[in-house]
Ligand binder design. Sequence first.
Ligand SMILES: Nc1nc2c(ncn2[C@@H]2O[C@H](COP(=O)(O)OP(=O)(O)OP(=O)(O)O)[C@@H](O)[C@H]2O)c(=O)[nH]1
Ligand SMILES: [Mg+2]
Length: 207
Amino acid sequence: MAFLNEDTNELHIKIVYTGSHGCGKTTNIQSLFKQTSSEVSTRFFDLHSVSTKSQFFDFFPLTYGEAKTHALRLHLYTLPSHDLWSTVNMNLLWGADGIVNVIDSRLPYVAEAEKQMTRLKSLLHLVNRSFSEIPMVFQYNHRDATNALDVRSLRSEYTRHGAGEIEAVAVQDIGVIDTLDAIAERVLASMENSGQSWNDRASLGLQ
Ligand SMILES: Nc1nc2c(ncn2[C@@H]2O[C@H](COP(=O)(O)OP(=O)(O)OP(=O)(O)O)[C@@H](O)[C@H]2O)c(=O)[nH]1
Ligand SMILES: [Mg+2]
């Protein structure tokens, strides 16, 4: 969960990008890395297993804007689309403040996106979070594909009450920053609504 570091005056927030294989999770992170200056981003960790060459996960810490008087420090992770390392997946989702659900708009990939959504619901359940309440943004990516489904169909299939929806072509940096803005906004609003205040150490779980 979010925490406030009073020594550095930073509010830390964890955001996890989820979605099917090839939907564009890593591309989103790469685009953010490219679009942000070296003063606010440090380095991008693109982790692969040495033995299997399978995707492990990506991690990108980024200082992004302000929340009240505190710098906003975003910890961006991608969730692998497979369960080779189920403990890693649970740890990635543990304490997540918000989810970016990257949906591959291309027709042949819709069934896989649905499977991933079911999987995400179970994984969230395992870490005591509910799919219906966690701050979430649906990013409809691959909008440049000739076989992309229209957004209305995708919306009727996927959207959730209170979630944001952004159209994207992540490989061209389109919709990537908008997605990050939308999820950060929802996480901060959710903290306010639940009575959490980043000016109040106790309500953030800090004594
Ligand atoms: N044309 C197009 N290509 C895209 C778009 N987004 C991502 N790609 C490409 O799709 C491929 C897969 O993207 P990744 O970002 O690696 O997908 P991922 O979700 O990280 O996939 P896994 O890590 O395997 O789960 C890459 O070659 C990207 O360049 C997009 O909007 N349009
Ligand atoms: Mg990836």
